[in-house]
Design a protein around this ligand. Structure first.
Ligand code: TIU
Length: 224
């Protein structure tokens, strides 16, 4: 196995040193992907997100074979809601608000069934799980410290939703100097047009926030 590989991507191919690259899987939680969770309370068709599961599972298996650093994130709040701003809780007119009891436990609350990662992508005990109160993975978390500790320079990013937590995390990471490569078919949105535009925004202007690739290109590069 090569220690680094050049991967097909837009706006241009990118060479990644695997020892300095982490796979970051954003918020593949039951609350976003399954009926009765936070995503559905916001009025969304949660079936739109299912398409990202298999591509992520394939990349995750290859990353595990490579013994790459794998980091999962989860959006959610403490049971006493002390880390949930009123401006977030009170927003809009959801069918259930953050903290209300739902069919998978309290909506978007740490420790509840709905907050956990879907079984198909469940973290191994050896993998890192970052609990974040916001949309971005850096805000009010240990994510940045962990990336520094492991000497990470590049992030392979996938998860949901493309224009919300994936884009926010990529923008935060780009400003902190990380090269972000987003896996197009490993991301999904409740709004297919937002998915398309969310990816375009990342790779436009010479890669203003990062690169966009797909799972086939990642698998090919990881197999080098
Ligand atoms: N609503 C929506 O599209 N997303 C979120 O609220 N969080 C994440 O993207 N994880």
């Amino acid at each position: 196995m090569k220690s680094s590989s050049t991967m097909a991507a837009e706006p241009e191919p990118i060479t990644l040193d695997w020892s300095r690259t982490a796979l970051v899987i954003i918020d593949m939680q039951r609350d976003f992907l399954e009926p009765g969770g936070f995503g559905e309370t916001l009025g969304n068709d949660v079936s739109q997100l299912a398409r990202a599961v298999q591509p992520i599972a394939a990349v995750l298996a290859a990353a595990r074979d490579r013994e790459m650093l794998v980091i999962h994130t989860r959006e959610g709040h403490l049971p006493d809601l002390s880390d949930a701003p009123p401006a977030k809780i009170e927003r809009g007119a959801p069918s259930l608000r953050i903290g209300d009891p739902g069919p998978m436990g309290r909506i978007l609350i740490r420790g509840e069934a709905g907050h956990d990662i879907i079984p198909a992508l469940y973290p191994l005990d050896s993998e890192i799980v970052i609990d974040k109160p916001g949309k971005g993975a850096f805000y009010a978390t240990e994510f940045g410290d962990i990336l520094q500790k492991y000497g990470i320079e590049n992030l392979l990013v996938c998860g949901v939703t493309t224009e919300v937590c994936v884009n926010t995390t990529v923008r935060e990471a780009n400003d902190r100097g990380y090269r972000c490569v987003v896996i197009s078919d490993g991301c999904a949105s409740y709004f297919p047009e937002f998915h398309e535009m969310g990816l375009k925004m990342i790779k436009a202007q010479g890669g203003i926030f990062g690169w966009v690739t797909d799972s086939a290109a990642v698998l090919q590069a990881l197999g080098d």
